[in-house]
Design a binder for this molecule. Structure first.
Ligand code: ACO
Length: 466
C-alpha cells in the first residue's frame, strides 16, 4: 500500500482543477491519486490517459459502446431535458416555434443561431425557393433506378450525387460556399424526396412550384396530377409544416453523429449529409412510426386493446410509439402532433386507426405498468397516422423525416466545422483478437474438409434502442 507521503506526491493535476470542481481518483493498482477537473458536468476522457501502471503503458481509456454516456461535442443548437419533457432550439421552446414559426424560420434559427429579421427571412426564403430545382442530369440519374427502388435508397444516392454537381462545396472554410450548400441542401432534398416517390409509383416528376410555401410545394411535387396548378389544403400543409418543425433537429442522435463523424474528415457537406440519410434509413432510427401503424392495424379494434396491453405486459408485444431513450416524460413533440390531429382529420377521410391510437394511449397512461416505467407516447406514436391521412405511403415516412432534419444536419455540420476543439473523429478500441501469429502458406493450412458457403444465420440480436 502506498504511504501517505507517496500518495501526496502522486497527486497529479489533470488540468485546471479548481476547488471542489474536480474528481479525485485512486488507481488501486498503484495507489496513486489523481485529480481530474470537472467542467460542465464532465471529465475529459484524455485526462484518464495519465493514469497508468508503468511509463510505457498507453494509459487508461473510457469504454462506452454506443456513446451512451459520452459527450462528443459542445453544442448550442438543441437542448433536451428528457426527465422534464423539454425540447428547445437555440433557447426557444418547440411549442412556441411550432405555434409561431414557419419551417424555414426554424431552419434559419438552427443554422445561424437567431430568428431571422423580416428582411433576413425574405432573403433566406427567396434563396431557398430559387434553388429547389435539381440539374436535369439528376433526373436521368434517378431514371437509372429499378422501378421499385426504395425511395430512401434513392434519396441517399441523390444527396451524395449532389456533391458532384457542386464541387466548389469542397471549400468548406469558404463562408459563401457553406451558405450555398446550406441553401441547396434544404431546397433540393424535398425535390429529390418527391422525385423518388414519383419514380417508385411510375409517375412523371413534378417540378417545384415557386409560388407555394415549403410544405405546400412538397405536397405539389408529390401529388400533382393533371391540374394546371396544385392547390394544397392549407390545414394539411400547416400540419406537414409542423411535422417538419418537430423533426428539424434532435441533438446528437445516430444520424447527426454520422454527419458530424463523416464531416470531421473535411469532406463536402453533401457527402456528410448523405451519411446522415444513410443512418436515418435504419429501422431503429427512422422507422418506428411505420411500426406503430402496423401495430394499430393488428389491434384492429378498440375492443382488442385490453388483450393487446396484456400481451405487452407479458412481453410478447411491444407498445410501439411509447418510450424513449431520452424522454422519460411525455415527448413534447407527441403532444404538439396531437393538437394538430383534429384539423388533419377534418380535412381527410375518417381513419379508424385514430380511435384505436387514442384509446390505446388513454389506457396505457392509466396503467401502472407503463407509468412506473415512465413510458409515454413519443413523436412516432401519432406521426405515422398523420402521414397516412396525408396519403403518404409508409416507405416515404423516413424520406419525409430527412427533409426537415437536413436543416439540423447542416447546422450541426457548421457548428462542428467552427469548433476549434474538433478534429477527425477516431474512436479507440479494445483489441480482442490474436497477436503475432505465424503465417502458414495456403498449401499447409489445416481446416475442415468440407467447403462451406456463407455461414449459417446467427440468431437475431435483441432489438436495440434508437
Ligand atoms: N413497450 C413496452 N415496454 C417497453 C417499451 C415499449 N414500447 N419501451 C420500454 N419498455 C419497458 C422495457 O421492457 C423495460 O422494462 P423492464 O425495466 O421491466 O425490463 C423498461 O420499459 C425500460 O425500457 P428500456 O428498454 O430500458 O428503455 P430504452 O431507453 O432502452 O428504450 C426505446 C427506448 C428503444 C425507444 C423503447 O422505449 C422502445 O423500443 N420503444 C418502442 C419503439 C419506438 O417507439 N421507438 C421510437 C423512439 S422515438 C425516435 O426514435 C424518433
Amino acid at each position: 500500500m502506498a504511504t501517505e507521503q507517496e500518495t501526496a506526491n502522486a497527486v497529479v493535476n489533470g488540468g485546471a482543477a479548481t476547488g471542489s470542481e474536480s474528481l479525485t481518483v485512486t488507481d488501486n493498482r498503484t495507489g496513486q491519486v489523481y485529480e481530474l477537473p470537472i467542467s460542465d458536468g464532465t471529465v475529459r476522457a484524455m485526462d484518464l490517459r495519465q493514469i497508468k501502471v508503468s511509463e510505457d503503458e498507453f494509459g487508461l481509456m473510457a469504454y462506452d459502446p454506443a456513446f451512451t454516456n459520452t459527450a462528443a461535442c459542445r453544442s448550442a443548437v438543441t437542448y433536451i431535458d428528457g426527465e422534464a419533457g423539454i425540447l428547445e432550439h437555440r433557447g426557444y421552446s418547440i411549442e412556441e416555434l411550432c405555434e409561431r414559426s414557419s419551417f424555414l424560420e426554424v431552419a434559419y434559427l438552427l443554422i445561424f443561431g437567431e430568428l431571422p429579421t423580416g428582411p433576413q427571412l425574405d432573403r433566406w426564403t427567396f434563396d431557398i425557393v430559387h434553388h429547389t430545382f435539381v440539374h436535369e442530369d439528376l433526373k436521368q440519374f434517378f431514371e437509372g433506378f429499378r422501378y421499385d427502388a426504395h425511395p430512401m435508397g434513392m434519396l441517399l444516392a441523390g444527396v451524395g450525387a449532389l456533391s458532384t454537381f457542386y464541387p466548389d462545396a469542397k471549400q468548406i472554410e469558404d463562408p459563401e460556399e457553406r451558405y450555398m450548400a446550406a441553401v441547396r441542401l434544404i431546397a433540393k432534398v424535398p425535390t429529390l424526396a418527391a422525385f423518388s416517390y414519383r419514380h417508385n409509383r411510375g409517375l412523371p416528376y413534378v417540378y417545384p412550384d415557386n409560388d407555394l410555401d415549403f410544405a405546400g410545394n412538397f405536397l405539389s411535387m408529390m401529388f400533382k396530377k393533371t391540374e394546371a396548378k396544385y392547390e394544397p389544403d392549407p390545414r394539411l400543409a400547416r400540419a406537414l409544416e409542423v411535422l417538419f418543425i418537430l423533426h428539424a433537429d434532435h441533438e446528437q442522435n445516430c444520424s447527426t453523429s454520422a454527419v458530424r463523424g463523416v464531416g470531421s474528415s473535411d469532406v463536402d457537406p453533401y457527402s456528410a449529409v448523405a451519411a446522415g440519410v444513410a443512418a436515418l434509413y435504419g429501422p431503429l432510427h427512422g422507422g418506428a412510426n411505420e411500426a406503430v401503424l402496423r401495430m394499430l392495424r393488428r389491434i384492429e379494434s378498440v375492443d382488442n386493446i385490453p388483450a393487446f396491453l396484456e400481451k405487452v405486459k407479458e412481453r410478447e408485444e411491444k407498445l410501439m410509439g411509447f418510450g424513449h431513450r431520452v424522454y422519460k416524460n411525455y415527448d413534447p413533440r407527441a403532444r404538439i402532433i396531437q393538437q394538430h390531429m383534429d384539423e388533419v382529420f377534418e380535412a381527410t377521410e375518417y381513419n379508424a386507426l385514430v380511435e384505436i391510437a387514442r384509446e390505446l394511449e388513454k389506457r396505457a397512461l392509466d396503467d401502472e405498468y407503463f407509468t412506473s416505467r415512465k413510458l409515454y407516447p413519443n413523436v412516432d406514436f401519432y406521426s405515422g397516422i398523420i402521414y397516412e391521412a396525408l396519403e403518404i405511403p409508409t416507405e416515404m415516412f423516413t424520406v419525409i423525416f430527412a427533409i426537415p432534419r437536413t436543416a439540423g444536419w447542416v447546422a450541426q455540420w457548421m457548428e462542428m466545422n467552427d469548433d476549434p476543439e474538433q478534429k477527425i473523429a477516431r474512436p479507440r478500441q479494445i483489441y480482442t483478437g490474436d497477436r503475432g501469429r505465424d503465417y502458414v502458406p495456403v498449401a499447409d493450412r489445416k481446416g475442415p474438409e468440407k467447403i462451406v458457403g456463407p455461414p449459417a444465420r446467427r440468431p437475431k440480436r435483441p432489438r436495440r434502442g434508437a
